[in-house]
Design a protein around this ligand. Structure first.
Ligand code: GAL
Length: 381
């Protein structure tokens, strides 16, 4: 890390590097800068690559911890209606548990999030074959997707709040995808109590791309999420076959258990769903159509009063209720992750877009810049 640390803060380097709002020239936005970012070591991968953990704190005391392995949001502490802070995301206490494998807790997912049918696609006349890692399909970028690589990290404090800049170069052919893809993801913990994620990428060969964050939220901290009240600003969804590959149809949610166009408890219609294990795992077609930042979802947890709104430039969102959490993983502070104890709202292009001409394109071409933004905004009611 290249930050210049003032003499008075130098002693803190023993435990971590602090970049605070007003103090540091060159790495902060000067006297308008707000919040702090601190870096600590978080262990090493099996190959011996060091992993850092960055702690972002805004001026309201909201704390986000993000590590360079997978760009994983490991902790996110937000207040309830009485100001009591709780960690609202699933994860583990240490790197080793993440390295053993997990269902993408808090991770950056890519090069292509969600599924590609049979792990195959054709682009510019060439056939590409990906690892099949989810039934007959490819899921979430492959065997070693962006969730399992160590990103380069750089802390910064600006007028909007502390931010972590993560970058990664995905080589031509990595996980079967074409083109050298240069990716930057910036997490900013804003002074408006938002965790903002900006994704940028360029390539030297046409490639499909679909980047998302896979945080599992529980706005009460623990327990079942079936009481969480969800509104999705989506009148339509993409039906799938039983391997979760879209059929290509775009259908209305009206009259189905998928209808969250008005505030509805996540558990209200769970028993009407088919599938084993039961639960939501559906891509919604956002009314905004993507491109400009728009409200996609709102979640309210009635006992704590915590509210989370999701804004995105993406055209779709995967609503997933942790259906595959089966109690075999024990996370932070001994919390056992059981079915329906968390939800994900993964902003994205539609699953298997690369094989569906009628879906918004997920192809990035040389000379173009991929740019998507998603904001998770916290408040109380
Ligand atoms: C979701 C996906 C689920 C499941 C989960 C990870 O994004 O829609 O089907 O694969 O990730 O366990």
């Amino acid at each position: 890390m290249k930050e210049h640390i003032p003499f008075l803060l130098a002693t803190l380097m023993a435990v971590g590097t602090v970049v605070s709002g007003a103090a540091i020239a060159g790495t902060s936005g000067g006297h308008h800068a707000k919040g702090t970012i601190q870096r600590t070591g978080f262990g090493k991968t099996a190959e011996g690559t060091p992993v850092d953990l960055y702690t972002l704190t805004n001026t309201h005391g909201i704390v986000a911890k993000i590590m360079t392995y997978g760009g994983v949001v490991t902790e996110l502490h937000v207040p309830d209606k009485d100001g009591k802070m709780t960690d609202v995301v699933d994860g583990f206490d240490n790197l080793d548990q993440y390295l053993k494998g997990d269902p993408y807790f808090g991770a950056l997912v890519g090069r292509v999030a969600n599924r590609v049918a049979k792990g195959k696609f054709t682009l510019d006349g060439a056939d590409y074959v990906l690892a099949v890692n989810n039934g007959p399909n490819a899921l979430h970028g492959g065997l070693k997707g962006f969730d399992k690589v160590v990103w380069k990290g750089q802390g910064h404090v600006g007028a909007a709040g502390p931010s972590l800049h993560l970058s990664y170069l995905s080589a031509d052919g990595e996980e079967g995808y074409p083109g050298n893809l240069s990716v930057t993801v910036v997490y900013t913990l804003t002074d408006n109590n938002e965790l903002k994620i900006d994704y940028t990428a360029t390539t030297d060969k046409a490639t499909p791309i679909n980047l998302t964050n896979h945080s599992y939220f529980n706005l009460a901290g623990t327990g079942d999420v079936t009481n969480h009240i969800l509104t999705l600003y989506a009148d339509k969804y993409t039906p799938t076959d039983d391997t979760l590959i879209p059929t290509g149809e775009i259908k209305p949610v009206a009259g189905t258990p998928l209808d969250f166009t008005t505030p509805t408890a996540m558990g209200a219609h769970l028993d009407q769903l088919t599938g084993d294990p039961k639960g939501y795992d559906h891509n919604y077609v956002l009314n905004s159509g993507g491109k400009k930042l728009a409200l996609a979802a709102r979640v309210e947890e009635p006992t704590s009063g915590r509210v989370m709104e999701v804004y995105t430039t993406q055209p779709g969102i995967q609503f997933y209720t942790g259906n595959f959490l089966d109690g075999t993983l024990t996370g932070k502070g001994g919390t056992v992750y059981n079915i329906h104890t968390a939800f994900c709202l993964e902003t994205q292009h539609f699953p298997d877009s690369v094989n569906h001409k009628n879906f918004p394109t997920s192809i990035l071409k040389p000379g173009e810049t991929y740019h998507q933004t998603t904001v998770y905004k916290f408040s109380t009611k």
